[in-house]
Design a protein around this ligand. Structure first.
Ligand code: TXA
Ligand code: MG
Length: 352
């Protein structure tokens, strides 16, 4: 298949430029497009043949359900059954935005989109290209992240091309995304909602609106526990895995840097290639290896935005190991550490 790519300036475009992509979606094709979180791979969510193409292109397990992207909150009337009051409160507060809500599904939503579940994940993205594309296509757009299953989510169009060129119809290149981590997912089907995936919208932002919520147990443990299965089917898979072995070093910063320098030296002497994830604040302290800056500790947003890209860059460099500092786990840090721990397969070295 020949994948067509079109570049669109998110701040200055003519909606006619999106027409071909919108028609591709309407006619059952696959279109990758930017959102504020990561790039999505869209298809008509009510057309089982179309959503099955998503699973094929990504190599995604068929029990891993898709998020439906909407441009108008009234779509809830069509896609859900008795949506909970708390769910609607959250939608009104945070949409458009990086929040996905799980409701009971209506009859018209096919099981091929929900991975066989009676519930449906819905999000209204906050991105001008996504908004116009969804509106113009006239369909409810099922869209997982536009990466090959298991690889880091794409934060720019080049990442989508690397994974899916030749496998999908269309890519809209709208430049780099804003947030860089996937949306927060909240299951609002129970009286007390549960956070299934941490993201830019934090627990306290949610609790400010609807009161106490639970957090899926699987997110709380810092080590892998085979007895706790994540409630969001996609969270149980090995994820974001770079090709090199990623290891997180935790502890007092000077000691962490010392330890990373020591192990790097040793690995290089064995003829191995080592990548190091540094920050603006620590870059000067590393001595050898393929050293890259993820962002600044003064602004967690920059770390979130840089995480998936740096993992892909190290893949391209062909490193055998990636050593990284660890990050705080309050606010956005929780989402950052959730992704980093999964990418590292929970390999953490505590430096004493
Ligand atoms: O920010 C995002 O959410 C991006 C952009 C493109 O919108 N999308 C995204 O989709 O991250 P994906 O497919 O990579 O992740 C969807 C997650 C998976 O972990 C999936 O298991 C979970 O949502 N999910 C979907 N439907 C669900 C449901 N009915 N119940 C529980 N979890 C669900
Ligand atoms: Mg994904």
């Amino acid at each position: 298949m020949n994948t067509k790519t079109i570049k669109i300036d998110r701040n200055n475009f003519n909606i006619e430029d999106l027409k071909e992509a919108a028609m591709t979606l309407k006619n059952g094709g696959l279109v990758a497009f930017p959102t504020e979180t990561v790039y999505g791979l869209g298809a008509d969510g009510l057309n089982p043949q179309a959503s099955e193409k998503i699973y094929a292109a990504k190599g995604r397990p068929s029990d891993n359900p898709l998020i439906i992207h909407i441009a108008d909150i009234n779509a809830l009337d069509v896609l859900t059954k008795n949506p909970s009051k708390k769910g609607i409160q959250l939608a009104k507060k945070f949409w458009p935005g990086p929040l996905t809500l799980i409701f009971d599904k209506s009859e018209i939503v096919p099981y091929s989109t929900t991975g066989g579940l009676e519930t449906i994940a819905i999000r209204m993205p906050n991105h001008p290209i996504a908004y116009e594309l969804i509106k113009m296509s006239g369909v409810y757009v099922a869209a997982p992240s536009a990466n090959t299953s298991g690889r880091p989510s794409p934060t720019k169009a080049e990442h989508v091309m690397d994974d899916l060129d030749g496998k999908i119809d269309y890519i809209i290149d709208g430049g780099k995304v804003d947030i860089g981590l996937e949306s927060t997912i909240v299951d609002v089907t129970d009286d007390i909602p549960t956070i299934l995936r941490p993201g830019y919208i934090t627990r306290s932002m949610i609790e400010d609106v609807i009161g106490p919520v639970n957090v899926d147990q699987a997110l709380l443990s810092k080590s892998y526990n085979p007895n706790i299965v994540a409630k969001a089917p996609g969270m149980k898979y090995k994820h974001y895995a770079p090709k090199g072995e990623l290891i997180i070093f935790e502890g007092e910063m000077d000691r962490v840097i010392g330890k990373i320098n020591e192990i790097t030296k040793q690995k290089i002497s064995e003829g191995l290639k080592v990548g190091i994830i540094a920050t603006d604040e620590t870059i000067g302290a590393y001595k050898e290896g393929d050293i890259k800056i993820i962002g600044t500790r003064k602004d967690e947003d920059t770390i979130a935005r840089g995480l998936f890209e740096i993992l892909r860059d190290f893949d391209n460099d062909g490193v055998d190991y990636i050593f990284t500092e660890s990050f705080g786990d309050n606010k956005l840090g929780q989402a950052i550490m959730n992704r980093l721990l999964k990418a590292a397969g929970y390999r953490v070295v505590k430096v004493l």
